[in-house]
Design a protein around this ligand. Structure first.
Ligand code: ATP
Ligand code: MG
Length: 356
C-alpha cells in the first residue's frame, strides 16, 4: 500500500501542453476517482503515474519517493484498461499468473496468489477456461485478477467498465468497491459515469483542460461546487443554470432572471446589479399551482417510474425538474416552480466562481 503525490505535474506532446501544473495528494488506501470532459488529461495523468508516459515537469512520488526516473516495471503499480486484452491462447489461470511469471516468481507463490485472487473474484471454477469461453463480465474479472495477483502498491483503472452493459456495470462496480474494502489498496479510477464516481470515490478530482477544478468528497462537490464548471459537470441530470442579475430587495439578495425573482441561499450575497449565474438542481425544485413561485409552462413530461422528469419553459430558458412519484400535468400546462432556496447556487458571471 502507498500514498501518491503529484507536485506541479506538466505534460507536453510536441508543442501542446495537455497537463498544466497539477498538484494533489492521495492518502494510503484512498479510492480517488478522476472525472472530466474527454481530452482533459485523465488517461495521461494515470499513464504518467504508471510510468508509461514521460513526465514533462514536476514530480510524482509514491510513498514519499520520487519515481520520475523509475521504470514502469519498478513502480509496483497495476493498471486495468477499458480494453483489457487477455491473452487468447492462455487459460484464465495462466492469464492471471502471467505478470508474475515475467518476474520469475516461484511456482508456489504464483499458484497461491492466483488461487487467492480467483477466490476473491469468484473465478475458481473458470481457471482452466480460455478467454473466448467467458462472458464480458468474467473477462473483466480476469483482467482485475491479473492486477490483483501482483499485489501492487497502487491500482489504476482507466474506464474499466465502459465496455460492459448497464446491468453488468452495476454488478462490477459493487465488486470493485468490495475488493477495495477488502484489500485497501490505494486506487485511482477514471470514469465518465457519474454514478460510478459518486458511489465509489472517497474523493473525486474534477479535471478540465489539463488542470484540476476541484477536489473533494462526492457530496462536497455536489453540494458546494466551487465554480460553474464543477456545478454543471457533477450531477445527472445536470444543474439548471440561468443568467441573471443580483438584486438587493429590502436588504435581501435575490436574483432577477427570466422575468422572475429567484431566492438565494443564506450566506450567498452579491451587490445590487452584479451579473450572476443562478444554479438549481432538478431535484431542488418542486411543482406548485400556477400563481405560486416562478411561473413556468410544461414542455415535456417523462415518467421513469419512481420519478418524473419534466422539461419546463421559464421565459427564454428551459429547466429540468425532477419530482418524486407521478404528476398530473401535461405539455402546455401552466405551473409554478418553488425553489428550495437553501439548495440554490450563486456564481459570479465574470469569473464563474461560487459566491457564498
Ligand atoms: N501520444 C499523444 N500524442 C499527442 N497528443 C496526445 C497523446 N496522447 C494524448 N494526447 C492528447 O492529450 C490530451 C489528453 O488526452 P487524454 O487521453 O489524457 O484525455 P482523457 O481525459 O483521458 O480523455 P478521454 O476521456 O477521452 O479518455 C488530448 O488532447 C489528447 O489528444
Ligand atoms: Mg482517457
Amino acid at each position: 500500500m502507498a500514498s501518491v503525490s503529484f507536485k506541479d505535474i506538466q505534460k507536453t506532446f510536441g508543442k501542446v501542453k495537455v497537463i498544466q501544473g497539477i498538484s494533489f495528494d492521495i492518502a494510503d488506501g484512498e479510492f480517488v476517482v478522476l472525472v472530466g470532459p474527454s481530452g482533459c488529461g485523465k488517461s495521461t495523468l494515470l499513464r504518467m503515474l504508471a510510468g508509461l508516459e514521460e513526465i514533462s515537469g514536476g514530480e510524482i512520488a509514491i510513498d514519499g519517493k520520487v519515481v520520475n526516473d523509475l521504470e514502469s516495471k519498478d513502480r509496483d503499480i497495476a493498471m486495468v484498461f477499458q480494453s483489457y486484452a487477455l491473452y487468447p491462447h492462455m487459460t484464465v489461470g495462466e492469464n492471471m499468473a502471467f505478470s508474475l511469471r515475467l518476474r520469475n516468481a516461484e511456482k508456489d507463490l504464483m499458484s497461491q496468489r492466483v488461487a487467492k485472487a480467483a477466490k476473491i473474484l469468484n473465478l475458481d471454477a473458470l481457471l482452466e477456461r480460455y478467454p473466448r469461453e467467458l462472458s464480458g463480465g468474467q473477462r473483466q474479472r480476469v483482467a482485475m485478477g491479473r492486477a490483483i495477483v501482483r499485489d501492487p502498491k497502487v491500482f489504476l483503472f482507466d474506464e474499466p467498465l465502459s465496455n460492459l452493459d448497464a446491468k453488468l456495470r452495476v454488478a462490477m462496480r459493487a465488486e470493485i468497491k468490495a475488493l477495495h474494502q477488502r484489500l485497501k489498496t490505494t486506487t485511482v479510477y477514471v470514469t465518465h459515469d457519474q454514478i460510478e464516481a459518486m458511489t465509489m470515490a472517497d474523493r473525486i478530482v474534477v479535471m478540465h483542460d489539463g488542470i484540476v477544478e476541484q477536489i473533494g468528497t462526492p457530496l462536497e462537490l455536489y453540494d458546494r461546487p466551487v465554480n460553474l464548471f464543477v456545478a454543471q459537470f457533477i450531477g445527472s441530470p445536470a444543474m439548471n443554470v440561468v443568467e441573471g442579475m443580483a438584486r438587493q430587495v429590502d436588504g435581501v439578495c435575490q436574483v432577477e432572471a427570466q422575468g422572475s425573482l429567484w431566492p438565494v441561499p443564506p450566506g450567498a450575497n452579491a451587490p445590487d446589479n452584479t451579473p450572476v449565474h443562478y444554479g438549481i438542481r432538478p431535484g431542488d425544485i418542486s411543482l406548485a399551482d400556477p400563481g405560486h413561485g416562478v411561473p413556468a409552462r410544461v414542455v415535456v413530461v417523462e415518467p421513469t417510474g419512481a420519478e418524473t422528469e419534466l422539461l419546463v419553459q421559464v421565459g427564454e430558458s428551459q429547466l429540468v425538474v425532477t419530482v418524486h412519484g407521478r404528476v398530473d400535468v401535461g405539455p402546455d400546462d401552466e405551473v409554478g416552480l418553488v425553489v428550495d432556496a437553501k439548495r440554490a447556487h450563486l456564481f459570479d458571471r465574470a469569473s464563474g466562481r461560487r459566491m457564498g
